[in-house]
Structure formats: structure tokens, C-alpha cells
Write a protein that binds this ligand. Structure first.
Ligand SMILES: [Fe+2]
Ligand SMILES: [Fe+2]
Length: 282
């Protein structure tokens, strides 16, 4: 099988940075920097309450993380009502916050579209815009976030197109959570937006007790990179590293091998596809 190379993505979500927690992220920074990732993705709930002082702690903690760093905010980042300040502080530290917009890495290999997303539930159990105005307003927020994601994805260029959200775009990565809170973990409308575009891979957080791997209804790979999910795989896990094969005809230099470390979970999408394609009786 001929390959033309890969891009390497480092992703994590739900850092929930609090005051006085700077040292917590030293190993995260070291683990990611060791892997020569092309891009670092942060999937929201970067701070615990969205307080500007928490954002300052995080900005300082991640100051040695190799760029580019692209992020979305989560519900916790909005708790204090200081969104603008939080975005400014993280932005001044070199972190690009996406909210219905997109990021393209120089060289055209990687394009990322990001939104926070919203709740609403999945499939036939999703909340419908019926009855009270409050319910309609809730569902409208879900629809707007999904449309913002689809719009950003449609404008995103790059050989590898990535969707980044905080809320889950599929129930498959929420498996493990209590059924009672499923409707608050995400929306399949986000998954529909992903399936409407040529997305290679999607990342999210928010579902702390969910599952690492899942797919959209059309089978696109989705990873729940909430830090507690990674830590459940191994107490040392700090980030997910994914190698995504480039489409045929797109060339680049081969990446160095992954540095073995208990601080990372590593996935090669190319190898996963080969395993999936192998006949069962061989
Ligand atoms: Fe969280
Ligand atoms: Fe969250």
C-alpha cells in the first residue's frame, strides 16, 4: 500500500484550568511537544469557570506549547460571562479560538472549522422545536451552532478537513454517561453538519464519562478527547495523538516516529482502516 504521508494532530479537551493549577499542565506540554504534531487542538472547557484569571493561568501554562494551537470554548468558559476577556487572554498567548470560523495551516495540509456547539440530544430522541417559547429558543440555539459549523466547514480549505466542537456530534462517544444526561451532552445536528462536508476527522470534549472513539452516522471518525476520558484509559494520559493519512497525490515529508510515552494515547487512522478492511477469517 503506497502512502504519501500523514498529518499528526494532538488533541485534548476539558482542561478545566483553575487558579494555582499551573504545574498541572507541565507534562501535557512536554508530552505534546515531543510528538512533532502539526497542530494542537483544544476542545473547550479550557477553564473551570471562564474567569479571566483562570485564562491567564492557562495562557502562561501553555506558553511553551509548540504552535499552532487552535481551540473552541466550552460551556464552563462562559460561566462568568467574560467570554470576550477569556478569548483575548488566550488569543494573546497564541491560541486561536474558533467560533463559527475556520483555521488553515500554512501549506494547505490542514483546515479546522470550530464551534462550541450546544445540547439537544441525538437522533429520534432529540428535542424538537415544539410548544413553549423556551423550548423553541433552546432548539434554535442548537440549530444555529450546527449551521455555523456547516458554514465554517464549507469554507474550510486543506487536504485534511477537521471539525472541532465542545459538545458531542454523536451519541457514540457519549457511551458510558448516564442516560439521563445524554440530551445535554451534544446534538446529532452537529454530526449532520459534519456528514454534509468532506470531514476527515472530528474531535470534541464535554462528555467526561464518555468513550474515546465513535463515528458520525455516515461513519466519519469522531474522538472524545475530554481529559477524564483519556485518564480513564491510563491515569497518565494527557493528550490524544492521531496520525491521519493524506489523500492520494498530496505529498509531504514523512513525520518522525511517535515518541513512546504513557502521557499520550496514540491512534493511526491508516492502520485502523487496514484492520477494518481485513477479512475476518484470515
Ligand atoms: Fe468539561
Ligand atoms: Fe463542558
Amino acid at each position: 500500500m503506497s502512502t504519501t504521508g500523514k498529518v499528526r494532530i494532538a488533541a485534548v479537551a476539558d482542561l478545566h484550568c483553575r487558579l494555582g493549577r499551573k504545574d498541572n499542565f507541565r507534562r501535557l506540554v512536554r508530552a505534546i511537544n515531543e510528538q512533532s504534531a502539526d497542530i494542537v487542538l483544544l476542545g473547550g472547557d479550557l477553564t473551570d469557570h471562564g474567569h479571566p484569571d483562570e485564562a491567564k493561568v492557562l495562557a502562561e501554562s501553555l506558553s511553551e506549547l509548540f504552535p499552532p494551537i487552535v481551540a473552541v470554548l466550552g460551556n464552563h468558559d462562559l460561566d462568568c460571562g467574560k467570554r470576550h476577556e477569556v478569548v483575548e487572554i488566550l488569543g494573546s498567548a497564541g491560541i486561536t479560538i474558533l467560533d463559527g470560523d475556520r483555521y488553515k495551516k500554512k501549506g494547505g495540509l490542514i483546515g479546522v472549522a470550530g464551534v462550541k456547539g450546544f445540547a439537544g440530544g441525538f437522533g429520534r430522541q432529540a428535542l424538537q422545536p415544539f410548544g413553549e417559547e423556551a423550548i423553541k429558543a433552546f432548539v434554535m440555539e442548537t440549530i444555529q451552532e450546527s449551521l455555523a459549523l456547516e458554514g465554517a466547514l464549507s469554507r474550510t480549505e486543506g487536504a485534511i478537513k477537521i471539525a472541532l466542537t465542545h459538545y458531542a456530534p454523536t451519541a457514540s462517544t457519549c457511551v458510558g454517561e448516564s442516560p439521563e444526561i445524554m440530551p445535554f451532552l451534544g446534538s446529532s445536528k452537529l454530526g449532520e453538519a459534519i456528514d454534509a462536508q468532506e470531514v476527515a476527522i472530528a474531535f470534541h470534549g464535554h462528555a467526561h464519562h464518555g468513550t474515546l472513539r465513535g463515528t458520525t452516522p455516515a461513519g466519519r471518525p469522531v474522538f472524545n478527547v475530554a481529559l477524564p476520558v483519556l485518564r480513564r484509559i491510563h491515569p497518565d494520559r494527557r493528550a490524544l495523538i492521531v496520525d491521519v493519512p493524506l489523500p492520494p497525490g498530496v505529498e509531504r515529508e514523512e513525520l518522525p516516529p511517535v515518541v513512546e510515552s504513557t502521557a499520550i494515547e496514540y491512534v493511526s487512522l491508516e492502520e485502523e482502516k487496514e484492520v477494518a478492511a481485513r477479512p475476518l477469517l484470515q
